[in-house]
Design a protein around this ligand. Structure first.
Ligand SMILES: Cc1cc2nc3c(=O)[nH]c(=O)nc-3n(C[C@H](O)[C@H](O)[C@H](O)COP(=O)(O)OP(=O)(O)OC[C@H]3O[C@@H](n4cnc5c(N)ncnc54)[C@H](O)[C@@H]3O)c2cc1C
Length: 238
């Protein structure tokens, strides 16, 4: 999809107080067919804060099985002041949205590493879920995957049931949660992702391991260090 394509909204499902899954229609025999790890660009016309019409574009990661025929899902956090997320939240079933892509973030190859360590925060779980789904649904992929997932509070943890089920049914997948504001049932670690959590939960540096990080800019800066002019992070200190 080099050009913009209109996709029709088929279904929408609430998954948390501010988060919904939007299912878009494909031809019944057609799958989205984008590779992991990649996202789509969504474009729409919105009314900006100055009351003017403006075309904006934002990135979203499909989270359904990328080989599924007839549909694909994106998970969207609806921000109170968010121009695109509010625009999408107001779509009715049958309305359409312009998208193009994929933008490939990592050229993932089956068994390219023995062990992947994934650090996700908040909505950054979408990228990780896309990759975890691809690995766990492929019997030829023996990659070990360890996920460290940070959220504000236990209520904000997205896909907890799915991730727990996957870790119970796949010995090569482990998930560790940490929440900044504890409360209710204890979900795992407490506080921001720390060096100690990374050391305990994720594979150690080696040519057989790879650590991927996805989440809000503050988490990326804390974990990877600030980016230089070329948008590369510096070396992660020990
Ligand atoms: C590679 C990539 C993949 C992404 N994948 C997804 C995805 O799968 N699902 C998804 O929901 N989003 C995803 N995003 C974020 C998405 O592209 C938009 O940035 C997001 O939906 C906000 O856009 P908006 O137009 O609604 O808000 P804007 O109008 O751009 O922002 C409104 C206000 O909200 C603030 N804000 C922005 N993000 C957040 C946040 N996470 N929490 C609280 N406040 C915030 C902004 O600082 C601003 O003040 C991804 C971003 C990137 C770069």
């Amino acid at each position: 999809m080099k050009n913009w394509v209109n996709f029709t909204l088929q279904e929408s499902q609430r998954v948390a107080h501010n988060t919904r899954i939007f299912r878009f229609k494909l031809d019944p025999r057609e799958s989205l067919g984008i590779p992991p790890v990649s996202h789509l660009i969504v474009r729409a016309e919105v009314v900006n804060s100055r009351g003017r019409q403006e075309k904006i574009s934002r990135s979203y990661v499909p989270i359904s099985d990328l080989r599924a025929a007839g549909y694909f899902d994106v998970l969207i956090k609806i921000l109170p002041e968010g121009m695109m997320s509010q625009r999408i939240a107001r779509l009715n079933l049958g309305d359409s949205l312009e998208m193009r892509g994929p933008v490939v973030e990592l050229q993932y190859k089956v068994n390219m590493k023995k062990h992947l360590g994934l650090i996700a925060g908040d909505i950054g779980i979408t990228y990780m879920l896309q990759l975890i789904n691809a690995i766990m649904s492929n019997p030829k992929d023996n990659t070990q995957v360890s996920l460290l997932y940070e959220n504000e509070s236990p209520e904000d943890i997205l896909f907890k049931e799915k991730l727990d089920k996957l870790s119970q049914s796949h010995p090569n997948f482990k998930v560790f949660y940490t929440v900044i504001i504890a409360g209710g049932e204890r979900q795992g670690g407490q506080g921001h992702v720390s060096a100690d959590m990374i050391y305990k939960a994720l594979p150690h540096p080696s040519s057989h391991t790879l650590i991927l990080v996805s989440g809000p800019p503050k988490l990326i800066d804390r974990v990877c260090g600030t980016k230089d002019k070329e948008r590369y992070s510096g070396q992660v200190s020990q």
